[in-house]
Design a binder for this molecule. Structure first.
Ligand SMILES: *[C@@H]1O[C@H](CO)[C@@H](O)[C@H](O)[C@H]1NC(C)=O
Ligand SMILES: [Zn+2]
Length: 586
C-alpha cells in the first residue's frame, strides 16, 4: 500500500497533468503522459535500493535498486536521480535468493523434532543424547509416535554395526519404539519393540541388507516402514513450517525437494497457498512404491503464487557409499567381496525413464556409484533417442533436462557421455568434504582421483548444487565454502588436516558456486528467468548481506550469516541484532 506521503506526493502532479492533458499541445502531451505513467506506476510498486545489488543477470549484472510489484521484480536499475523515486533504501548488499538443488523438506522439519545424533562419537554418546531427549519428550516412543533420531554412524562405534539391544537403555527405554536413521539416511536402526512388529523370518528383499539385528539398509528399510505410524497431518504441517523458517534464516528461498510422496503432495498444495509457506518448492515426486510408474497419483502443478512446482520424478539406482551400498563397476577397495548393489536393473530403469519422460516429467535419478551413474546415463541416452524425432540428443535433453542426483562417482567415459548429452549433475559439495576421510580407502586412489566428487570438471554442465539436508546442514555458505576450498566447513581443513584442499583441482570459484545455488537450479527446475536472478519478471526473492559476497574472505564464508531474506517481495527473515535505522531517501 502506498504511504500517505506517497499519495500526497503523487496527487499534486496528477492534478497538474490532468490540467495539462486538457491542452493537447503535441510536445507537452507525450512528456506529461510519460511523467504520469511513472508516478502512477509507483502506486503498484515498491522500490528498494541497496549499496549494491548483484543480479546474476547479463542485462545489468550490478544494480542498486529494483522495484517489486505483485511479488515479482518489475524494474532493476542503477539509481538515477533524474526523477524522484519513492523508495526504501537500506544498507547492505543484495544477491539473489538462494536455492538448494537437493534437500528434503519434511525430514528436515521432522529432524528438528527428533534426537540429533550427528557428531555423537561413541555409543555412550548416542545413548546420552537419547536419554536427554526422552526426558523432555514423554510422548515419544509409543506405538503411535515412535522416537525418531538421525545422524548415527557405525564408524563411530569402532566400525561395528549397532543392534536393537543397544537401544535398551535402562528401564525408561524398555518397550520403547525407536527408529534412528544413519547419517546418510540409507539405513535405520530400530529397537526390539519395533522388531517385534515385523514378520519372522524377515522377508527377502533385493537391493537391501540387514547387516545386524535391528539395522535395515536401502530397500530393506521398507520392511520396517510398513509398520511406521506416519506423523499426523498436524505434525507434518508443523515440520514444514519449522523447516521453512529455518531455511529462510539461512537465506534460502527455494528448494528442490528430492522425494515427495503423492500423499504429501495434497498437503503441500493446501499449505502452499498459506502466507507462512515461505520457501518455493520444486518437488521431485516419488511413487508410494519406489521406482515405479504412477502418473495417476500425481499431477503437474505450478501454483499461481509460484510457491509450488511439480513436473519431475525421482528414481533410485543405488544406495550410499558410507554403507557400501553404492553400485560400483569394480569392487570396493576396502571390501573386495562387494561392489555394492543396484536397487533396480538396467531394463526397468530405462523403461521407467522413458515412461515418465513420455508423460511429460523430468526424470531425476539418484546415482552414487559409477555403475549406477553409468546406468543412469544409459537410460537417459536411450530415452532421448526415442523422445524427439528429428532433433539431436542434446536438443532433446534441453527439453527434458534429465538430471543425476548426487552424480558422485562417475567413470571418465561416462563423464564424457554426460558432457556430450548435456545431462545435469546435481551435486552436494558438503558430501565431498564429509566423505573425504574415508572415500579414498573405499575407492582406492586412482578411482578417487579420476571419478569421485567432480566439481570443476562438471562445470560446463551447469551443475546444480545442494546440501541434501537434513543429511548435511542446510547452510548454503557451508556448501559454497566446501566447493571453493574442498575443505570441511566444520573444521576448515582437508582430509590430511591441512589447508590445501582435498583434490583441489576440483575446486570452483565463488562465482561458479553461487551459480550452482541460484541460476543452475533455476534452469534445472524449468524456472530460468524466474528464480535465482534479479531481473524484470523474476520472482522478487533476494537476500541481504553485510558485505558483497566477493569481498568476504574465505574463512568467514563458512560462517557467513544473512541479514535479511525476502521472498515474493515480502521480508520473511530479519536477523535480530543492533538495530540500524533504515534510511529513507526522498
Ligand atoms: C528387471 O527387473 C524386473 C522387475 O523387478 C524383472 O521383471 C526383470 O525380469 C528384470 N530383468 C532382468 C534382465 O533381470
Ligand atoms: Zn537426498
Amino acid at each position: 500500500m502506498p504511504s500517505l506521503s506517497t499519495l500526497l506526493f503523487a496527487s499534486f502532479p496528477l492534478l497538474l497533468i490532468a490540467i495539462i492533458w486538457q491542452n493537447p499541445d503535441p510536445i507537452i502531451k507525450p512528456i506529461t503522459g510519460h511523467i504520469a505513467f511513472k508516478i502512477i506506476r509507483q502506486f503498484f510498486e515498491t522500490t528498494h535500493c541497496y549499496v549494491s545489488v548483484k543480479t546474476n543477470s547479463a542485462r545489468l549484472p550490478h544494480a542498486e535498486c529494483f522495484s517489486v510489484s505483485n511479488g515479482k521484480f518489475s524494474r532493476v536499475f542503477i539509481d538515477e536521480t533524474s526523477f524522484p523515486v519513492v523508495k526504501e533504501a537500506r544498507k547492505g548488499h543484495v544477491i539473489p535468493g538462494l536455492w538448494d538443488g537437493h534437500g528434503h523438506l519434511l525430514p528436515y522439519g521432522e529432524l528438528m523434532d527428533s534426537v540429533n545424533l550427528f557428531g555423537a562419537q561413541t555409543m555412550d554418546g548416542v545413548k546420552e543424547r537419547l536419554v536427554r531427549y526422552k526426558a523432555s519428550r514423554p510422548e515419544a516412543g509409543t506405538a503411535e509416535q515412535w522416537l525418531r533420531g538421525m545422524g548415527w554412524d557405525q564408524a563411530n562405534f569402532e566400525g561395528k554395526w549397532p543392534v536393537a539391544k543397544d537401544l535398551e537403555i535402562g528401564d525408561q527405554f524398555k518397550d520403547m519404539y525407536v527408529m534412528l536413521d544413519r547419517v546418510d539416511v540409507h539405513c535405520i536402526w530400530v529397537s526390539e519393540k519395533v522388531l517385534s512388529l515385523l514378520p519372522n523370518p524377515l522377508p527377502e528383499v533385493s537391493g537391501g541388507e540387514t547387516p545386524a539385528k535391528g539395522v535395515f539398509c536401502d530397500n530393506a528399510m521398507d520392511i520396517v516402514m510398513k509398520y511406521y505410524p506416519k506423523p499426523s497431518k498436524e505434525r507434518k504441517t508443523k515440520f514444514i513450517k519449522d523447516a521453512m523458517w529455518e531455511l529462510n534464516k539461512l537465506g534460502i528461498v527455494g528448494v528442490h525437494d528430492a522425494g515427495v510422496f503423492p500423499s504429501e503432495l495434497e498437503l503441500y498444495e493446501e499449505l502452499s497457498a498459506d502466507e507462512n509457506w515461505n520457501v518455493r518448492v520444486y518437488a521431485m515426486m516419488e511413487c508410494e512404491t519406489r521406482n515405479t510408474f504412477c502418473p495417476q497419483d500425481i499431477a503437474k502443478i505450478s501454483t499461481t503464487n509460484g510457491m509450488l512446482h511439480v513436473r519431475s520424478v525421482k528414481l533410485f539406482a543405488d544406495g550410499a557409499l558410507g554403507s557400501w551400498g553404492s553400485a560400483m563397476i569394480e569392487p570396493y577397495s576396502d571390501k573386495q567381496s562387494s561392489s555394492g548393489s543396484l536397487l533396480i536393473n538396467a531394463t526397468t530403469l530405462s523403461k521407467l525413464t522413458h515412461e515418465w519422460a513420455t508423460a511429460g516429467y523430468q526424470v531425476n535419478i539418484h546415482a552414487i556409484g559409477d555403475l549406477a551413474n553409468r546406468l543412469a546415463v544409459d537410460a537417459f541416452e536411450e530415452a532421448l533417442k526415442g523422445l524427439c524425432p528429428g532433433s539431436t540428443l542434446r536438443e532433446c535433453q534441453s527439453q527434458h533436462r534429465f538430471r543425476i542426483e548426487h552424480a558422485q562417482i562417475i567413470h571418465p567415459d561416462d563423464q564424457r557421455r554426460m558432457a556430450e548429452l548435456g545431462i545435469i549433475p546435481s551435486i552436494q559439495p558438503t558430501h565431498a568434504t564429509s566423505d573425504m576421510p574415508y572415500a579414498e580407502t573405499r575407492l582406492g586412489k586412482p578411482r578417487t582421483e579420476k571419478e569421485a566428487y567432480r566439481m570443476r570438471s562438471l562445470l560446463p554442465l551447469n551443475p546444480v548444487f545442494g546440501s541434501d539436508f537434513p543429511v548435511e546442514p542446510a547452510d548454503i555458505f557451508e556448501g559454497i565454502y566446501a566447493a571453493v576450498t574442498r575443505r570441511s566447513p566444520r573444521t576448515g581443513l582437508d582430509a590430511e588436516g591441512g589447508t590445501k584442499g582435498w583434490y583441489s583441482s576440483e575446486t570452483v570459484t565463488i562465482e561458479d558456486a553461487l551459480e550452482g545455488f541460484t541460476v543452475n537450479p533455476a534452469y534445472a527446475a524449468f524456472l530460468e528467468g524466474k528464480a535465482g536472478v534479479i531481473e524484470t519478471g523474476a520472482y522478487a526473492d533476494w537476500i541481504v548481506l553485510e558485505e558483497p559476497l566477493e569481498a568476504v574472505d574465505l574463512e568467514s564464508l563458512r560462517k557467513l550469516k544473512v541479514k535479511e531474506t525476502w521472498v515474493g517481495g515480502k521480508r520473511v527473515y530479519k536477523r535480530a541484532g543492533p538495530e540500524e535505522a533504515p534510511w529513507v531517501q526522498n
